[in-house]
Design a protein around this ligand. Structure first.
Ligand SMILES: Cc1cc2nc3c(=O)[nH]c(=O)nc-3n(C[C@H](O)[C@H](O)[C@H](O)COP(=O)(O)OP(=O)(O)OC[C@H]3O[C@@H](n4cnc5c(N)ncnc54)[C@H](O)[C@@H]3O)c2cc1C
Length: 414
């Protein structure tokens, strides 16, 4: 279909039909792009969003329509062709073609790589009972397991693990969270807040084994034994393994696209050394001008903003460097955590707000040796987050940020 041999403009081929891919297609239309747009997705389901998969969709009663990123009607109205249920198998920069696993090829003028990431596979293989969480199907299978069983071991205390623990506890399960780090989320939110988040599990009746890794998982669903690195064992019906993600870049091997745990791009999200090919979302490792380093981000807002930047750079004569203020949110138990910038490895921190209320309404500001903000994290205080994002984006000093936040009213409980 639609190859270049007829000298017709081939348009833009987007590989990956989740948030980065779909938003790139929509942003192209918003930028006034009139060429053909084809979005290729390996999953048969209509494009869906992922954040609810560990939250409202896992707990119910949200239905699959609530996850939809674009309906087939809307796609048709916007002139976006969806080719779902068939993976891309390769990309040839010389002929400017993407080949699909069904043997067909599609020519492109521009190509956008948006193939995201997959859940890191479990190193433990009991006969059954291990769950990963990345796709809609994963969430549905896990939801059924949580309704059948009571004892849940969550291996990995990062964002996904903490959200699953929170959802499972709210469903009445007995949950234990295991992680080799003493303070698992400190990697993302800094030490101060990491400690508070570690304590959140206990406040909601969830047991933790932090500072201890899982060594083995044996048995079957309904009768699993998790052995920890200190030899203690935990009985569980279900084990959820949330130990990170791996990039979906294997299909590009041998294509000439530079890979380094993701697709390597310049500051304009153009794939290095491969003309007319861009990348966005979880799979993109691009040169971040502010950090002067190659960066890859696995958060929803980055996928959306990077997709918009790629669309702009395809359409506009003058490309725009992609230099976002990093942002992520997470809902766990009774808190909404919001993080901007890079709170980890900060030289100093300051806490503002109400730290004694339950739940807390507070912000932690993080800074470098020179007293310049490097990031911030808030609990249940969205107004402060908006200010932190603005202050951090403008390179504010810690004392200025403290003053601005100090003048905000902390919202009342309830
Ligand atoms: C359970 C869960 C909860 C989350 N919660 C939050 C949250 O609260 N806040 C937040 O900021 N972020 C959250 N995230 C992260 C956020 O969802 C991701 O950053 C976002 O989905 C990345 O979008 P993407 O389109 O780049 O990649 P993906 O969502 O990974 O989508 C890539 C798509 O490409 C497809 N694909 C892969 N290979 C091929 C191929 N060869 N051919 C065709 N298609 C292919 C994949 O199957 C997939 O459909 C969550 C993620 C998960 C899994």
């Amino acid at each position: 279909m639609g190859d270049r041999k007829g000298h017709q403009p081939a348009g833009t081929v987007i590989v990956g039909a989740s948030v980065a891919g779909v938003r790139a297609a929509q942003a192209l239309r918003m930028e006034g792009y009139e060429g053909r747009i084809v979005v290729i997705g390996d999953e048969p389901d209509p494009p869906y969003d992922k954040p609810p998969l560990s939250k409202q969709y896992l707990s119910g009663p949200m239905d699959a329509d609530g996850l939809l990123l674009i309906s087939s009607d809307k796609a048709a109205r916007d002139g976006i062709e969806l080719r779902l249920g068939v993976p891309a198998a390769g990309l040839d920069p010389d002929t400017r073609e993407v080949s699909l696993a069904d043997g067909t090829t599609i020519g492109y003028d521009h190509c956008v790589i948006a193939t995201g990431a997959s859940a890191r596979p479990s190193p433990w293989r009991p006969r059954s009972g291990i769950h990963l969480l990345r796709t809609r199907r994963d969430s549905e299978v896990l939801a059924r397991a949580l309704s059948r069983h009571r004892r849940v071991a969550v291996i990995g205390g990062g964002f996904i693990g903490a959200e699953v623990a929170s959802t499972a506890a709210a469903k009445g399960c007995d949950v234990v969270v295991i992680d080799p780090l003493p303070n698992p989320l400190a990697r993302s939110v800094g030490e101060e807040l990491g400690r508070r988040l570690a304590g959140l599990h206990a406040r909601h009746g969830v047991a933790t084994r932090f500072g201890l890794g899982a060594e083995a998982v044996s048995g079957v669903e309904g009768d699993l034994t998790v052995t920890l690195t200190d030899g203690q064992t935990i009985g569980a019906d279900v084990a959820v393994v949330g130990i990170g993600a791996v990039c979906n870049d294997g299909w590009l091997a041998g294509s000439g696209v530079p890979l380094d745990d993701g697709v390597v791009c310049d500051e304009f999200c153009r794939v290095r050394g491969v003309p007319s090919v861009f990348a966005c979302g979880d799979v993109a490792r691009w040169f971040h001008p502010r950090h002067q380093d190659l960066v890859r981000v696995e958060h929803w807002t980055n996928a959306v903003e990077q997709a918009a930047c790629v669309a702009h750079n395809i359409v506009a004569g003058r490309p725009r460097a992609y230099e976002p203020v990093e942002y992520v949110w997470s809902d766990q138990y009774d808190i909404r955590l919001q993080v901007v910038g890079r709170p980890w490895n900060a030289a100093c921190s300051e806490t503002v707000g109400d730290t004694s209320s339950v739940p807390e309404r507070m912000a932690v500001l993080y800074g470098d040796e020179a007293g310049v903000m490097t990031g911030a994290a808030t609990l249940n205080w969205p107004r402060a987050l908006v200010e932190c994002r603005r202050l951090f984006g403008g390179g504010a000093r810690m004392d200025v940020a403290r003053q601005v936040l100090g003048a905000l009213r902390v919202p009342a409980l309830g």
